[in-house]
Ligand binder design. Structure first.
Ligand code: SAM
Ligand code: SF4
Length: 328
């Protein structure tokens, strides 16, 4: 039996979220409201060879699921090569991509051909005017067409993610319910999370998802049984709907107990918790396949530093400046 990476609190880590670029072409109000600006001293993102070494080590440590994220991963010209390298890694059984839907009609076909099974698309509102207000982009119709293409291609999972914001989309449950009535999609509301650069927005817009959960229960939706691979999302089902509704609520109790994921930044920094302090550089150990054992030892040792919980309730959200540098 292969090794299974675990921490001192009994949690097992089989899922890697791998950011492949910090670059993004959207201006989401909670993430990059002024757009992406390359920092003066920015290092190049990990190469395909470095990613191959990284994912190889994680797979030998029991990772079987990888999500490629960003920034906006589809802005990397060599994304197909990255996906091919990840999918070709022995032990990796499931590969997903998180995208803002940029060129989704074309990209969905490429992803499918490459063997991607799970697609997550950010759609903060189904209203084009609101969508533009939130993301700075006018592309909702194209993104929705891209999702139709993806559904036709038969990905095993298609999810749309909306960051929940007071007075922007906290009244949008009905539109998302209509959307998933006939479509086998999970529409998930992610509670807005604080970062180093979104304090004002967070204070103005943060709202808990409790009202949405309450509305779902009143309308006959029921919570799904969870299993270990699910991670911290809670999902709800209704017999009259093809799709599901999900809630990601980091302030809820037990959120951290189901943590099954680790994150690596586009520059090869291991982040033990989304709300953790700092990243642990791995890049120097990604330079040749011969460093595999040293790399695995480093990852195992770093897991010893993973804390039992985040400290969001104490107002401590860690050192993240924006999620665009780690992939959310
Ligand atoms: N650009 C891609 C996208 O938007 O899907 C992938 C990267 S993005 C950082 C990944 C996810 O993080 C998206 O669903 C996004 O909405 C979410 N996200 C970003 N900042 C967030 C915040 N402050 N709170 C909650 N979710 C956030
Ligand atoms: Fe870009 Fe995604 Fe951040 Fe929006 S959430 S600005 S699409 S990285």
């Amino acid at each position: 039996m292969s090794e299974q990476l675990s921490d001192l609190h009994g949690r097992r880590f089989s899922y890697l979220r791998l950011s492949v670029t910090d670059l993004c072409n959207f201006r989401c109000a909670y993430c990059l409201p002024n757009g992406y600006r390359k920092p003066a001293n920015a290092a190049e993102p990990l190469s395909v060879a470095e990613i191959t070494n990284l994912v190889g080590a994680f797979a030998e440590l029991g990772t079987w699921k990888v999500r490629v994220t960003g920034g906006e991963p589809t802005l990397r010209d060599d994304l197909p090569k990255i996906i091919r390298a990840v999918i070709g890694t022995p032990g990796i059984r499931k590969v997903g991509v998180s995208t803002n839907g940029h060129r989704l009609k074309e990209n969905a076909r490429v992803f499918k051909l490459l063997g991607v099974s799970a697609l997550n698309v950010s759609v903060d509102s189904l209203d084009p005017v609101r969508f533009r207000e939130i993301t700075g982009r006018d592309t909702l119709p194209e993104i929705l067409e891209g999702i139709e293409v993806a559904l036709g291609l038969g990905f095993s999972s298609v999810k749309v993610n909306a960051v929940l914001m007071k007075d922007l989309n906290d009244g949008a449950l009905d539109s998302f319910l209509d959307y998933v009535r006939e479509r086998p999609i999970a529409a998930r509301f992610i509670e807005l999370m604080p970062t180093g650069t979104n304090q004002e927005h967070f204070t103005a817009r943060h709202v808990r998802a409790d009202d949405i959960v309450q509305s779902l229960l009143e309308r006959g939706w029921t919570a799904e049984e969870r299993n270990e691979a699910d991670g911290p999302a809670r999902e709800f089902r209704h017999p009259a709907y093809a799709g599901r509704i999900g809630i990601i609520a980091p302030y809820s109790k037990d959120f951290c107990a189901s943590c099954n994921r680790l994150r690596v930044s586009s520059q090869g920094g291991l982040q033990l918790c989304l709300f953790g302090e700092g990243r642990h550089p791995l890049r120097h150990l990604l330079q040749s396949a011969g460093q595999r054992e040293e790399l695995k030892d480093e990852i195992r040792n770093l897991l010893g530093q993973k804390k039992i919980s985040h400290y969001l309730k104490d107002g401590n959200y860690g050192s993240n400046q924006t999620f665009s540098t780690i992939g959310g």
